[in-house]
Design a protein around this ligand. Structure first.
Ligand code: ADP
Length: 418
C-alpha cells in the first residue's frame, strides 16, 4: 500500500526526493513520467517525475492531474508536490497552479510551501528564500536560463500564481514545535489562507514541520521537508519496515559526464573535472547550424573506459548571447537534443555509467535512453543518489544532478562511489 504519492516537476528533483525518502531504508519506486500501465507491485513511496517545470501552465496541470490519478489508483492517501529548492517558477506558474488543481481534486482546503533544504544551503526565513548566505534574487539563480528568480519573497512569488490567499508560518512559530505550528496553520485556515509558506532553517525545523503536517492530504515543498516522513510513518506503524536493500548490478567500466546545466556550481564542477578528463564543449550556435555530428565523431574516438565529459555549460554572458540569436527555448532545445543523442551513442559504444547535470538535461537524456523506471541506490551528495535502470536491455547506472547540487568534485566523486 502506498503511504505517500509524490509528484515532482522535474527529473533531478524526483531523484533527489526519492533519494531522501530511500535514506530510511524503505522501498522507493521512481517513475519517469506517468506509467502507461495501472499500478502493480507498488512501494510505500511512489514518486512520479514529470518534466513540467517550464511547460505551459495548462500542460503542467494536466500532467500533474494524470500523475495524481495514477497515485490514487496506487492507494496513496497523501500526496506530495515537489518543486525546486530555489522555487523555480514564473509569475504564471507552475508551482501554484498545480497545487491549486491538486487541492481541488483532493478537496484539500489548505497546503504548505517549504522549499528549504538546509543540507544544501537552502533556508526560508520570514518567508524569504536564501541560497547559502545570499537571498535568492542575489544568488546565481537570478540568471537561470529558463526561470530567472528576481525576488526572494515566497509570498510575493506565489501570490500571482494562485487564486486563493497566501500566508506565512514563520520561524518563531516553527521553533516552538509541531503543536504551535499546527495551531498557526489552523488559525490561518480560519482566516481563509489556503497557501501557507513555512519557514525552515535547519533539519530540526523540517522535522517539526513534518510532524505538524504529516497527515495533511496534500503537502508541497522541496525534497527535504519530506525527509522526516518515513521515520514518522515507521514510528507509528503507518509503515512497516519491510524494505529490501538495493543491490547494484555489475556494470562495465565505461562512464561519461553529460552537462547541460549552466548553474554556478555546475560551472565549477565542469572546470574541476576537466583537470583529469577529456572534454568536448557543445556550442548552441554550432549545433543549430551543423548539428551534433562533430560531437558524435569525437565521442567515437574516445576509449570507452576513459574519463570524459561533454558539456554545454557556459558563463551567463555566453548563454545570453546564444539565447539572443536562437531564442531561449531553441537554444535550450538544441543543447538538450544533442546531449540526448550523445547519451544514446555512448550507450551503444558500451558506456554503462552516466553522470548527468541539469534538470531539463536529465529529462532529455533519460527519455532518449528509454528509461522509465529507476531503483534508488546510494546517495553521492545530499539529494543526489545513484539510480539503476535498464536501457536497450542493458543495466545502466545514472545520476541526475540538478544545477546547484553537489560539491566541486561531484563528477569524480560520483564515479568513485559506484
Ligand atoms: P539546471 O538544473 O542548472 O537548471 P537545466 O538542464 O534544467 O539545468 O537547464 C539548463 C538549460 O539551459 C537547458 O535547457 C540547456 O539546454 C540550456 N543550455 C545549456 N547550455 C546552454 C548554452 N550554452 N546556451 C544556452 N542554453 C544552454
Amino acid at each position: 500500500m502506498t503511504v505517500l504519492g509524490c509528484i515532482a516537476d522535474d527529473f533531478t528533483g524526483a531523484t533527489d526526493l526519492a533519494g531522501l525518502l530511500a535514506r530510511s531504508g524503505v522501498k522507493v519506486n521512481l517513475h519517469m513520467g506517468v506509467p502507461d500501465t495501472p499500478p502493480a507491485k507498488t512501494a510505500a513511496f511512489e514518486v512520479i517525475a514529470l518534466k513540467c517545470r517550464t511547460e505551459p501552465v495548462g500542460t503542467a496541470v494536466s500532467d500533474a492531474l494524470a500523475a495524481l490519478e495514477w497515485l490514487q489508483a496506487a492507494g496513496a492517501a497523501r500526496i506530495f508536490w515537489k518543486y525546486c529548492s530555489t522555487f523555480d517558477s514564473t509569475k504564471d506558474g507552475n508551482i501554484g497552479p498545480v497545487a491549486e488543481a491538486v487541492m481541488a481534486k483532493l478537496g484539500a482546503e489548505q497546503t504548505i510551501y517549504c522549499p528549504a533544504f538546509p543540507e544544501n544551503g537552502r533556508a526560508v526565513f520570514m518567508g524569504n528564500l536564501f541560497v547559502g548566505d545570499q537571498p535568492l534574487h542575489e544568488s546565481p539563480m537570478r540568471d537561470h536560463p529558463l526561470t530567472p528568480m528576481r525576488d526572494s519573497n515566497l509570498m510575493r512569488l506565489l501570490a500571482p500564481q494562485v487564486t486563493r490567499p497566501v500566508g506565512l508560518a514563520n520561524r518563531l512559530v516553527v521553533e516552538k514545535g509541531a503543536e504551535a505550528l499546527r495551531n498557526r496553520i489552523a488559525a490561518l485556515k480560519a482566516e481563509g489562507v489556503a497557501h501557507v509558506v513555512v519557514d525552515a532553517v535547519s533539519n530540526d525545523d523540517l522535522y517539526a514541520i513534518s510532524e505538524a503536517c504529516r497527515d495533511m492530504p496534500f503537502l508541497t515543498g522541496g525534497s527535504a521537508v519530506a525527509m522526516a516522513l518515513p521515520d514518522l510513518y515507521l514510528k507509528d506503524g503507518t509503515l512497516s519496515a519491510d524494505a529490501p536493500k538495493m543491490q547494484a548490478p555489475d556494470l562495465g567500466a565505461g562512464a561519461i559526464v553529460l552537462s547541460g546545466s549552466c548553474s554556478a556550481m555546475t560551472r565549477a564542477q565542469v572546470s574541476t573535472y576537466l583537470n583529469h578528463a577529456q572534454g568536448y564543449r557543445l556550442d548552441p550556435l554550432e549545433l543549430a547550424q551543423d548539428g551534433v555530428a562533430a560531437a558524435l565523431a569525437w565521442l567515437e574516438k574516445q576509449p570507452v573506459d576513459s574519463a570524459k565529459i561533454i558539456y554545454a555549460t557556459a558563463e551567463p554572458a555566453s548563454v545570453k548571447a546564444a539565447q539572443g540569436i536562437l531564442g531561449t527555448s531553441k537554444a535550450g532545445a538544441v543543447v538538450e537534443d544533442a546531449l540526448a543523442a550523445l547519451a544514446v551513442k555512448a550507450r551503444d559504444l558500451g558506456t554503462r555509467r552516466f553522470v548527468v547535470a541539469g534538470g531539463e538535461t536529465s529529462g532529455a537524456v533519460t527519455k532518449a535512453l528509454g528509461v522509465t523506471e529507476l531503483a534508488i541506490g546510494a546517495e553521492i551528495a545530499p539529494g543526489v543518489p545513484w539510480c539503476f535502470a535498464k536501457s536497450a536491455g542493458q543495466d545502466i547506472a545514472l545520476t541526475l544532478k540538478s544545477g546547484n547540487f553537489g560539491a566541486e568534485t561531484f563528477f569524480g566523486d560520483a564515479l568513485a562511489k559506484l
